[in-house]
Design a protein around this ligand. Sequence first.
Ligand SMILES: Nc1ncnc2c1ncn2[C@@H]1O[C@H](COP(=O)(O)OP(=O)(O)OP(=O)(O)O)[C@@H](O)[C@H]1O
Ligand SMILES: [Mg+2]
Length: 410
Amino acid sequence: MNRRNFIVGIDVGTAEVRVGLGEPRPDGTLNIVGLGLSPSDGVRKGVIVDLEKTVESVVSAVEEAERMAGFKIDSAYVALKGLNIELINNRGVVAVTSEDREIREEDLERVMQAARVVALPTDREIVDIIPREYIVDGFEGIKDPVGMLGVRLEVDAQVVTSLITSLHNLLRCVSRGGVTVNGLVLQALANAEVSLSADEKELGAFLVDIGGGTTEIAFFQNGKLENLSVLPVGGDHITTDLAAGLRINYQSAEELKKEYGTAMSSMAESEPKIEIRTVGSNELRLVSERELSSFIEPRVQEIFHIIREEITKMGWPYLPPAGMIMRGGVSSMRGMQEMARVALESDQVRVADFDVVGIKNPIYSTVIGLLYYVRRQQPRMHIQERSKPARKKGPGLWQRIKDWLTDIVD
Ligand SMILES: Nc1ncnc2c1ncn2[C@@H]1O[C@H](COP(=O)(O)OP(=O)(O)OP(=O)(O)O)[C@@H](O)[C@H]1O
Ligand SMILES: [Mg+2]
């Protein structure tokens, strides 16, 4: 357990590993007391390809956050990308056991365990179960049934499953970095915590995270995550195109893209005033933003084309009422919103506002969202600590998930 119940989050991204440390305030908000960042050289397209390098990145990001906070981190929640994730809707039903028919915490625990019973192939494992709503004696839409009277308690839950192999390395990197994994949080849920309003989640919205190696598309409606998909495209492809097009090295292309990149060439300046040095030659050449954009725009168009195909496959040939909200490193490039509006033929597209939690840097927004998600879910996540009677009947759901996480790492 971390000192004074601090919540720690780790996001292992393609570009960087980020660590965040928050102290819960009584009003439900968090005081962010530590942040850490380290380039992640061992991750490609969202997949860990070099274990040792990733462990080093985790250690150095954790150490940075520890230095800032002034104490050691023991355990953390880890963001889980939508790659190889499947969401299964399932119901659990139990009879309320107490004599007075009052629903207690242990009934909740039992009904969640009942929802856990799904047929799974051997290569998949349950990583989380998210209650969508409870139903008491046929009455639907109940958010918290504890204290209500009833005979039959049902839960409509979302069972999150992952391929064991793809999880394995992520968990190993964190635990070998000296940090115990408290639990996993779907990146999409962490992102939604800081980037979507309750109304947007209710009405129907796509939250699209365009990162370095992946683009994650999450669809929310009726307050819930309804669909999730990850595409292997992102900012790294734009950099590769720019490097090839201008014949410059990858690192220079990455820097040019971030500093002068424009997604829509008609918005870029045409005056050649950016100095570049082509590979194999010592001569400097001047290029314009417009020329850079001539290599960036086609790839951005392609990314939006792929996004549009994917959301059409999800049943949305046009955008849902609350439209599409973009986030991730690539969404901070100039002209992204304009290009998205053209590509999706809708004005209902915006770039997420990162200033909502006081940390302006979008780099940390997944990890900050994760801290807020854990803060809000904490009663459920710590249900074992609170309800002693359930413990007598064997380990509870979160404990079992934790035990399984420990097993998989060992
Ligand atoms: N201002 C900017 N303009 C253009 N691209 C940018 C800018 N800032 C960051 N990027 C790009 O965003 C990408 C990194 O985004 P992000 O930090 O969201 O990715 P990640 O979470 O590490 O990766 P992933 O989610 O794919 O694992 C890189 O390709 C980077 O070049
Ligand atoms: Mg990311």
